[in-house]
Design a protein around this ligand. Structure first.
Ligand SMILES: Nc1ncnc2c1ncn2[C@@H]1O[C@H](COP(=O)(O)OP(=O)(O)OP(=O)(O)O)[C@@H](O)[C@H]1O
Length: 307
């Protein structure tokens, strides 16, 4: 089945929402008790319980095929890492998971990307609603030029969320992002006064304020020092209880530390054109990818022999 990425946030045709209701996330059957424990003793089912599924996904920028034939399941309440050498399409895949690529002129997705079984790129799906359910945290902390409070309140306000008490929601989001204690006495001050690590946690708080189910993170720690990075990694561990997290990281140790499952991508020169097209090499439990990968290319990459 082929979906073409046509409707955009501004497209008036893309108004109806057929993304499953919030109840869908609680009505799924319990996971079978078959699987493995990760390094921190957490039980993981053999197969992820799908929240987002890619089936034979190709992603183009104009005529250039950046990503070829990716099929991958992102599991509920799991952290999935996408790793691989520069240019292998990790960020391109990540941005396709909440239709962020709609905003890139010429970007196009074929194949199927489903959210709770629903084709995310179907004509009747509202991309704004997709992005509310599937939020994103970027590489560089990007708070708005507003107060800490207004950064958090912005999303609920513009999406028209029914909120009983905005103060409570702001507190809940800041607590959720492990930032409340540091900012509770300066909520009206500019977000630009925070450190880089605090700004990134603010961006995570801003993302969770609209109550998404999935959080996409594109190298969220690459601009941070090791202490701020450790705080974000601890936070991810906490967030996993309530959210599904998908992270792109260049840092293999980080993937090994935080991710339940890891997808390794590489870029291969296409026959004829020579264009380097990203492809998924291997997807498995993180412990397996880093201890006993099934593909030589993964082994070469994680052992530093290539990439
Ligand atoms: N907006 C864009 N327009 C055109 N080509 C793009 C665009 N974004 C990415 N590409 C191309 O798509 C391919 C995959 O890029 P992408 O950024 O997804 O890779 P990546 O694995 O995330 O790389 P990195 O680790 O360096 O961030 C590259 O060849 C890149 O040049």
């Amino acid at each position: 089945m082929t979906s073409t990425q046509t409707p955009t946030a501004a497209d008036p045709a893309a108004t109806a929402t057929v993304v499953p209701s919030d109840d869908a996330r609680t009505s799924e059957p319990p996971r079978p008790r078959v699987g493995a424990q990760n390094d921190s003793g957490r039980f993981l089912p053999e197969n992820p319980t799908p929240v987002i599924e890619c089936e034979n996904v190709d992603i183009y920028y104009g005529d250039f095929r950046a990503v070829n034939d990716v099929s991958l399941v992102y599991g509920r309440n799991e952290i999935t890492a996408m790793i691989g050498p520069s240019g292998c399409g990790k960020s391109t895949v990540l941005r396709s998971l909440n239709r962020m690529n709609d905003l890139v002129p010429g970007a196009r997705v074929t194949g199927r990307i489903a959210y709770h079984g629903q084709d995310m790129y179907a004509a009747e799906v509202d991309p704004i609603e997709v992005r509310r359910r599937i939020g994103m945290v970027f590489q560089k902390p990007n708070p708005f030029p507003k107060s800490i409070y207004d950064n958090i309140a912005y999303g609920p306000r513009v999406t028209g969320m029914k909120v009983e008490s905005m103060d409570d929601l702001v507190e809940e989001a800041l607590r959720g992002a492990a930032l409340w204690d540091e900012v509770k006495d300066k909520l009206k001050q500019s977000a630009y006064g925070l450190s880089g690590g605090q700004q990134q946690r603010l961006c995570i708080a801003r993302t969770i304020a609209v109550r998404p189910e999935v959080i996409l993170m594109d190298e969220p720690c690459s601009a941070l020092d090791p202490i701020a990075t450790a705080r974000i990694e601890d936070l991810m561990e906490d967030l996993r209880k309530d959210y599904t997290i998908i992270i792109v990281t260049h840092n293999m140790q980080q993937a090994a530390r935080v991710a339940d499952r890891t997808a390794f991508f590489t870029a291969q020169a296409a026959e004829g054109t020579g264009d380097r097209t990203g492809q998924l090499v291997e997807f498995d439990l993180t412990t397996k990818i880093f201890s006993n990968p099934g593909d030589k290319r993964t082994e070469d990459y994680i052992s530093g022999r290539f990439g």
